[in-house]
Write a protein that binds this ligand. Structure first.
Ligand code: NAD
Ligand code: DAU
Length: 345
């Protein structure tokens, strides 16, 4: 049996990771630590909350004292850090919390790993650390040794954390891996991000706000494929290594929005071109050769199957989305969940 700390597990990707892994590995134990910021949603964890190999702890990764106490009590084998402020537009509005959580929070977790010992610390990072590629060079891709070249406070904070992870590996011999993934989409995606936002706007017949002229390109990966890649890296990846994750599903934002409108039977006249994002990255495109050849990872979904599954999920989970839109999700913990210790007492 191995014990995993999953920080940020009440968010989009961490939540999907936990759904899959708690079922897949009944002999392993998963502890989720999450601060439940606006992006954390306990309702996402509802289906696994009472599983015998899962426990939730409401805590902030920046709280050194509390994190050390948890590490001392739990004796983790593996730490997977999903916890982050993740929305680029919010980082442009207010960078400070991004630096605190994404850099200093990472440091606290790694200090705890050093103090109490672990088998592997895994940092969930992003393709945004490489900056962007030009639109007129489809032959170019991000490789693991592409220089860091960030554009937004979000990506700068993620790149800083990556450098700190590599420094802890070299200086303190901390066993680490880093994964850098392209844009995710799928179930439980917070409706401030492009795909779930556009689905909701289309369903309500509201204008779909496309930044600039909609020609920016993102490399879309269905979230389940990201989770299986992380699982392979944590269990079989080489210590000290970085792995790029992506499925070669590059689409312009306009292509994504038009696919959503067509699937929902809505007119393209709903598209509304709005002011561009400052510093807007033009194109992301990952070369995943390393993880494919070393670890045998292959994505199960392409964009065509993934976007249909995502639209279907959104249509079938309007209650989850409406709870987010109304703010009701913030009260879910009190209404539905008693921590295991109290329940058993
Ligand atoms: P998200 O915003 O949906 O979830 C983040 C989670 O972290 C939330 O549950 C939030 O409550 C929690 N959190 C935030 N600050 C915290 C703190 N100080 N202490 C404890 N918990 C805290 O993000 P996501 O989209 O699931 O992204 C997860 C990770 O994956 C992030 O590190 C992000 O940079 C990275 N990533 C995201 C994508 C993507 O397309 N969404 C792609 C590549 C990498
Ligand atoms: O590439 C990985 C990154 O993907 C992750 O590291 C980030 O955490 C994640 O949020 C995502 O960043 P993006 O900025 O690419 O995602 P977002 O959904 O915010 O935007 C996708 C594209 O759509 C981007 O070019 C901006 C554009 N956009 C976004 C919104 C919210 C619009 O045109 N209109 C919108 O309303």
């Amino acid at each position: 049996m191995a014990k995993f700390l999953v920080s940020g597990g009440a968010g989009f990707i961490g939540g999907n990771y936990l759904h899959i892994m708690v079922d897949k590995y009944p002999n392993d134990f998963f502890v989720c630590i999450d601060a439940l910021t606006y992006a954390g949603n306990m309702e996402t964890l509802g289906p696994i909350l009472n599983k015998p190999n899962f426990k939730f702890i409401h805590e902030n990764i920046c709280n050194r004292e509390a994190i050390y106490k948890i590490f001392k009590e739990e004796n983790f084998d593996y730490v997977i850090n999903f916890a982050a402020e993740s929305h680029v537009d919010r980082s442009i509005e207010n960078p400070e919390i991004f630096l605190k959580t994404n850099i200093l929070g990472t440091q606290v977790l790694m200090d705890a790993c050093r103090k109490y010992g672990i088998k592997r610390y895994h940092q969930v990072s992003t393709d945004e650390v490489y900056g962007d590629l030009p639109l007129d060079r489809p032959d170019l891709f991000f490789h693991e040794d592409t220089p860091l070249h960030t554009s937004s406070p979000y990506s700068a904070s993620k790149a800083s954390a990556d450098l700190l992870v590599l420094a802890y590996h070299r200086t303190y011999n901390l066993p680490v891996t880093i994964s850098r993934c392209s844009n995710n989409y799928g179930p439980y995606h917070f409706p401030e991000k492009l795909i779930p936002l556009m689905i909701q706007k289309a369903l309500k017949n509201e204008p779909l706000p496309v930044y600039g002229n909609g020609s920016n390109v993102r490399d879309w990966l269905y979230v389940e494929d990201h989770c299986t890649a992380i699982d392979l890296i944590v269990r079989n990846g080489r210590n000290g290594e970085i792995y790029n994750i992506g499925g070669h599903n590059e689409k312009t934002n306009l292509e994504v929005v038009k696919t959503i409108l067509k699937t929902l039977g809505k007119p393209e006249s709903l598209i509304s071109y709005v002011k561009d994002r400052p510093g807007h990255d033009l194109r992301y495109a990952m070369d995943p050769t390393k993880i494919e050849s070393e670890l045998g990872w292959k994505p199960k979904h392409n964009f065509d199957t993934g976007i249909q599954a995502t639209i279907k999920w959104n249509l079938e989970h309007q209650d989850w989305i409406q709870n987010v839109e109304s703010g009701e999700y913030m009260n879910w913990l009190e209404r539905n969940y008693k921590p295991k210790e109290k329940k058993d007492a």
